[in-house]
Design a protein around this ligand. Structure first.
Ligand SMILES: Cc1cc2nc3c(=O)[nH]c(=O)nc-3n(C[C@H](O)[C@H](O)[C@H](O)COP(=O)(O)OP(=O)(O)OC[C@H]3O[C@@H](n4cnc5c(N)ncnc54)[C@H](O)[C@@H]3O)c2cc1C
Ligand SMILES: *[C@@H]1O[C@H](CO)[C@@H](O)[C@H](O)[C@H]1NC(C)=O
Ligand SMILES: *[C@@H]1O[C@H](CO)[C@@H](O)[C@H](O)[C@H]1NC(C)=O
Length: 622
């Protein structure tokens, strides 16, 4: 707490006396020609966290390159209640993936944390241990928990929030870190009523309507999912009220920009953040291949190319889609990927852009006329294990194990994995997590008022076995990539998805929640997916998921693993110290290094990874 207060004080004093200009600039000439110790590409979640920590040492100079602009005061960014308003705008990369699906990512200071939903959860203990088990020494649950907690500034629930169901596990929240998290506004009993006509006028406050506790009762009865205190705990199969990454009860968003940049904006003369420029490729020392000496930057397509200088290291934090593209344009990747864009190979690293893991989501809805008792953000999430969604879990385990070799070969043949062994190692961790330690396989995100006038369940399978890839389509850094998440390429992913949707349907059919709906499930509804004793036939659900019978899945926009932290021989791209293999001084610190997916929203984990990366970089530079 002392740290946070002193930073806030510094910022206030600096602002009031105008002691120093903002570190944020859109003027290239102010940073060009200067020698920075570190150049960080990407001013998103991980980039700004690392920039803040590295620039704590006044003797170290840091430059961040951010493709987007500074939109901290933009209404679409500032409030968590504006969730969704930035989608498809200039604040969103809106990558087009195969199958006409859109993957979203923030193109603005703070990156995806400036447009995300603010749900705050973590993976299970064993899923973090899987990172170590994949060959990453120095990684452990305890170590990463320490760093996740270092990032976080959690406010425990007030008594009013506790009365509405908020609980927490103090072991898995930090209280002194810059990333402010808390439960949303509990409101007061007098503000319970609607303040105008229609639900849009309902107060912005933590939902207090009957649907909240009824969801918990129904999921227990329908699926046997227990209520737990906290979805950030070591064991997370259960349902809980969840906190958000918000600054205050008014619902102002906590982004990596508000957390790691705003407090030091006027007090770090050794830090510069250049907005509106893309890092297009690494500039290598012509006499020393593998040694980065800077980054090429460009403001707009076909615009002039300049460069900025890095004396010590180049740190890539452009996110799981753009970091591998930048590497490919820098000559790092497989020979064929580079040849297709006319780039000479500098480092032969075929894992770049492969092993992409992205999730798919469908929303069930049931019409209702109840007063939700507030207007969000949603704060109720259930994370069922496989045993709660499938009665034949043991058969499924055997089925998966007997197919690993064939599936891995398929992924390699399709160009999405480097070799079978690397993938089988990942899948063995997943099988152990899912079946032995009950890591949740699915998320059921409970919505009040979405779909419109309905109770909703955003349902997604969290741990796809399918792997995809991202490849630059041209040397032009402003060209769209070939992005193929390879959704549902392995039948197990559809099996898990159908089981998840059946589980969601069953919840809506179960009292007391069923009693709050006007006529039960309306999306997709029983005419689109006819009901039966199994909660609907497989082929009907599949048709709805794929959009053959209306509906159609959305991408969850949680892409990871395109520059995985794994041994090089297993298709890895960075070592346990975030170092790009066979480079001298390039690190990757963003979501692309996370080698396997978690049963969680990603930001708490990635803040922890960024804190760990900053310590690693500091430690090895002395
Ligand atoms: C729509 C949406 C909803 C989400 N909801 C949640 C949620 O509720 N809870 C949660 O915990 N997580 C959520 N997430 C996930 C989480 O926000 C991301 O996983 C996380 O921000 C990724 O961190 P990153 O540092 O890898 O990338 P980002 O935070 O995306 O940052 C990458 C930055 O690099 C910049 N950049 C990219 N290319 C270049 C380039 N060539 N040169 C310069 N700059 C570049 C980008 O503009 C961006 O600012 C959500 C994500 C999205 C997209
Ligand atoms: C910064 O460098 C100066 C001169 O080399 C040195 O005296 C000082 O101790 C350094 N400060 C830090 C925080 O390392
Ligand atoms: C498990 O049960 C589901 C639902 O009945 C079925 O679709 C699937 O084929 C079964 N899996 C195995 C491996 O038996």
């Amino acid at each position: 707490m002392r740290f946070a207060i002193s930073l806030a004080l510094l910022a206030t004093v600096a602002t009031s006396v105008r002691a120093a200009p903002s570190v944020i600039t859109s003027d290239l000439s102010s940073v060009q020609g200067k020698d920075f110790d570190y150049v960080i590409v990407g001013g998103g979640l991980t980039g700004l966290a690392v920039a803040n920590r590295l620039s704590e040492d006044p003797n170290v100079s840091v430059l961040v390159l951010e493709a987007g602009n500074d939109n901290r005061q933009d209404g679409r960014v500032k409030s968590i209640y504006a969730y969704g308003q930035a989608f498809g705008s200039e604040l969103d990369w809106s990558w087009q993936a195969t199958g006409s699906k859109t993957i979203r990512g923030g193109k603005t200071l703070g990156g995806s944390t400036s447009i995300n939903g603010g749900a705050w959860t973590r993976g299970s203990k064993e899923q973090y241990e899987a990172i170590a088990n994949l060959g990453n020494s120095g990684w452990s649950y305890e170590d990463l928990t320490k760093y996740m907690n270092k990032a976080e500034g959690f406010s425990p629930p007030s008594s009013a929030q506790s009365r509405l169901g908020a609980k927490y596990d103090p072991v898995v929240h930090g209280s002194d870190g810059p990333v402010k998290t808390m439960f949303s506004d509990p409101g007061s009993s007098s503000s319970r009523r609607s303040v105008g006509a229609g639900q849009e006028a309902l107060e912005r406050r933590m939902y207090s309507g009957a649907q909240q506790s009824d969801f918990l009762s129904s999921i227990k009865t329908a699926l046997g999912v227990n209520v737990i205190d906290d979805l950030s705990s070591a064991k997370i199969d259960g349902a809980a009220y969840t906190p958000n990454s918000i600054l205050n009860l008014a619902g102002d968003r906590t982004s990596s920009a508000t957390a790691y940049l705003s407090p030091i904006e006027f007090s770090r003369s050794n830090l510069a953040v250049l907005t509106g420029y893309r890092g297009t490729r690494i500039k290598w020392d012509p006499n020393n291949p593998g040694k980065a000496i800077g980054v090429v930057v460009q403001q707009y397509q076909n615009g002039p190319k300049s460069h900025v200088n890095a004396k010590r290291e180049v740190v890539l934090a452009a996110g799981a889609i753009n970091t591998p593209l930048l590497l490919q344009r820098s000559g790092v990747g497989s020979k064929s990927d580079l040849a297709s864009i006319g780039v000479n190979q500098v480092i032969d690293l075929p894992g770049v852009g492969k092993n992409l893991q992205e999730q798919t989501m469908n929303t069930l809805g049931a019409r209702t006329t109840i007063d939700y008792g507030g207007k969000g953000p949603s704060n109720m999430i259930a994370m069922p294990s496989i045993y709660e969604l499938m009665s034949n879990a043991t058969d499924v385990k055997n089925y998966i194990n007997s197919n690993l070799q064939g599936w891995a070969q398929q992924m390699v043949n399709q160009g999405h994995a480097v070799n079978t062994q690397g993938l089988i190692n990942q899948w063995k961790q997943a099988v152990s997590n899912i079946f032995d330690s009950r890591a949740p396989v699915s998320e059921l995100f409970f919505d009040s008022g979405y779909p419109a006038n309905s109770l909703g369940i955003d349902a997604w399978y969290l741990l796809p076995f399918s792997r995809g890839s991202v490849r630059a389509s041209s040397y032009d850094a402003f060209s769209a990539p070939n992005l193929n998440p390879n959704y549902f390429s392995l039948p197990i992913d559809m099996d898990m998805t159908v089981a998840t949707l059946r589980g969601a349907r069953k919840i809506f059919k179960t009292q007391p929640l069923a009693g709050l709906t006007t006529k039960g499930e309306t999306q997709p509804g029983f005419s689109v997916v006819p009901d039966n004793v199994n909660q609907g036939g497989y082929r009907w659900w599949r048709a709805w998921v794929l959009g053959i019978s209306g509906g159609g899945f959305n991408s969850v926009s949680h892409p990871i693993a395109t520059c995985s932290m794994m041994p090089e021989a297993m298709g890895g791209v960075v070592d346990p110290n975030f170092k790009l293999y066979r480079s001298q001084n390039v690190r990757i610190v963003d979501a692309s290094v996370l080698p396997v997916q978690l049963s969680a929203h990603l930001s708490s984990t990635l803040y922890g990874i960024a804190e760990k990366a900053a310590d690693t970089i500091k430690g090895s530079s002395t």
